[in-house]
Design a protein around this ligand. Structure first.
Ligand code: GCU
Length: 594
């Protein structure tokens, strides 16, 4: 009932017109909440036929006596580390796709006036969670956080959490059956208990209003009994302290004008922000900047900016598997910085909060994307709702990150009416959720207009602020040198980001510039691409494919690929290929003097 009221309230108050999609139940800013980590070794059972549902594995049963029949025993089962994927922890699970049951026992001391939630940073792909044998709920989507309230289910003393994670690919899922990345399964990010007062700050946005570099505009959503609850926003360094009353739906809205140092790649200024309501107090580090477009330019804080970027997967350098540690983020973004980047395209799904918070601190602009990848079931309403939910939660987690400037709705999707309608609805949802950022997609539908002219001509471009273009001239079509003559145009007069191009070769494999699978070929391709890019009038940036070689189930060439996509500028063992320095040189040339 309260959620319906909230939904209607939002629809009515067009002035701020934030979230119109179903409100997210997500508790944001978990890193700064009161939490108890459940990370570490969890027992697991691989259950290819999902027998555990009928066998009620979630009851974590033990034989009552010597004649009782129980055909599983978590305590005697092997363990997997959480967070982490199972594919790179157990050799025998490298190719495994299907259900795996996790079990963790923990003791807890209950406290008065305290609500408890269990929060998952991410679990790929479909999750069912149970506490002490009771169902908590389900979640679909491998890369966005979710939480369940367990206040009435948690026991004083011993508790057990049983979680089924199933990464089986499905036609109606997002992504669907086919991806060029490894389908790492498991509890891939932190699992923590979150303790909150009876009324607490569930989520909030504090950002500069669109087009203003002085007016802070935002909201706080309370969860709990909210009657006449006062909510206070404090930013001491900016001399801001403002208290407003929450409405009956638990929503408090802020509009504050104050002189602020703006966040940017050269000056990643973060402010300590505190929100308090009743017994709850939430701290965060937030940067304030504006981002918009003007014609074919992207403006950061009102000034044109060129995005010197690189695309990357969330794969751990050296050890492989899903990246999740702070160190993984520092290594990957450190390499992007070494390359001379001011921008990273995090593909093709929301990466961990470690990444976006580190990007805030390092001053790296971020493209964040939901995995609407290649072809999916465009006409399936459940698939659309699933995509909307992933978009909603991607935004709900990172809408206070100054680094994040682009929400990407999809990657390389086929041009057909049902797809365009699907993406249009996602664009509408994204704009309802967040008016302060730019909406984009990585497109690849190109028309030929003569031997040396290509036009990015995709109807979805109408609904986007920025056009992303993936083109593989010199690799999947044409020769690298053809780029010298190639002209690119776009059907819509909007900023263009060359979101992907690249060539593939393992580190240390050498040959002539026209010899595929060699470093020299990759160097040659990058040199010609850079010549071509310099001539594109509407180009506002690029993010070549890709920072680091990554595992892919679609790459088979023995001694060359071996289940790796080798288009990295760096090998999965951290070795810098020659092309890395070609791009680095270009970025140093175009980097504005400080
Ligand atoms: C595509 C796609 C990537 C893929 C890359 C490649 O454009 O977006 O996910 O890995 O091309 O073929 O290497």
């Amino acid at each position: 009932m309260r959620r319906l009221l909230l939904f209607l309230f939002i629809l009515v108050t067009a002035r701020h017109c934030y979230a119109a999609a179903d409100p997210s139940a997500l508790i944001n800013n978990i890193p700064n909440r009161t939490t108890i980590s459940l990370n570490g070794p969890w027992h697991f059972i691989v259950d290819p036929y999902e027998t555990g549902l009928k066998a009620r594995f979630y009851t974590n049963a033990k034989p009552r006596d010597k004649s009782d029949l129980v055909e599983y025993d978590f305590d005697k089962s092997d363990v997997l580390n959480v967070p982490g994927d199972w594919n790179t922890q157990k050799k025998e699970l490298f190719f495994y796709e299907g259900p795996v049951w996790y079990q963790n026992s923990f003791s807890y001391h209950k406290r008065e006036h305290t609500r408890v939630f269990v929060s998952f940073g991410a679990a790929n792909y479909f999750t069912r969670a149970y506490l002490n044998g009771e169902a908590l709920g389900e979640h679909e989507g491998g890369f966005t956080p979710f939480n369940f309230e367990i206040t009435d289910k948690i026991h004083e003393g011993e508790n057990f959490l049983v979680v089924e994670v199933n990464n089986a690919r499905r036609r109606d899922a997002v992504p669907a059956l086919n991806t060029d990345w490894w389908n790492y399964g498991g509890l891939t990010r932190d699992v923590v208990l979150v303790e909150e007062p009876e009324t607490f700050i569930q989520n909030y946005v504090i950002q500069l209003a669109k087009g203003s570099n002085q007016e802070l505009s935002g909201w706080v959503q309370l969860d709990g009994s909210v009657s006449a609850q006062q909510v206070t926003l404090e930013i001491p360094e900016a001399g801001i302290k403002k208290t407003v009353a929450a409405d009956t739906a638990g929503r408090a809205e802020f509009d504050v004008t104050a002189p602020l140092e703006l966040w940017s790649p050269v000056h990643p200024k973060l402010y300590d922000v505190t929100l308090s309501a009743g017994a709850d107090k939430v701290r965060d580090s937030i940067g304030f900047r504006t981002v918009e477009t003007r014609g074919t330019q992207i403006l950061l804080n009102g000034k044109p900016i060129f995005l010197r970027g690189i695309s990357m997967h969330e794969e751990a350098p050296m050890r492989g598997g899903r990246a999740f540690t702070q160190q993984d983020a520092e290594t990957l973004l450190g390499w992007a910085r070494e390359l001379g980047c001011n921008f990273v395209r995090l593909t093709h799904y929301p990466h961990s909060e470690n990444m976006t918070r580190l990007a805030d601190r390092m001053g790296l602009l971020v493209w964040s994307e939901i995995p609407v990848y290649w072809d999916i079931e465009w006409e399936n309403p459940a698939t659309l709702q699933n995509a909307k939910n992933q978009l909603r939660d991607m935004v709900a987690r990172d809408h206070n990150r100054a680094s994040v400037i682009l929400w990407s709705l999809s990657n390389e999707t086929p041009v057909k009416p049902e797809r365009t309608t699907f993406l249009r609805q996602l664009a509408d949802t994204a704009r309802q959720l967040d008016q302060t950022r730019l909406i984009t997609s990585a497109l690849n539908h190109v028309d030929e207009a003569g031997p040396d002219t290509r036009i990015l001509n995709d109807p979805v471009g109408e609904y986007l602020d920025v056009l992303g273009l993936n083109q593989y001239l010199g690799w999947y079509w044409g020769r690298p040198e053809d780029a010298d003559r190639m002209q690119w145009k776009t059907a819509q007069d909007k900023p263009l980001l060359m979101s992907e191009f690249g060539a593939e070769n393992p580190y240390g494999r050498h040959g002539t510039p026209d010899e595929r699978w060699t470093e020299e070929y990759q160097v040659n391709l990058y040199q010609h691409q850079i010549t071509m890019l310099k001539k594109i009038p509407s180009l506002a940036g690029l993010s070549p494919w890709v920072l680091m070689d990554f595992h892919s189930p679609r790459r088979f060439l023995p001694g060359v690929q071996d289940y790796y996509n080798r288009k990295g500028l760096i090998s999965n063992q951290g070795q810098h290929k020659q092309a890395f320095y070609v791009l680095q040189k270009y970025y140093r040339e175009i980097e504005p003097a400080k």
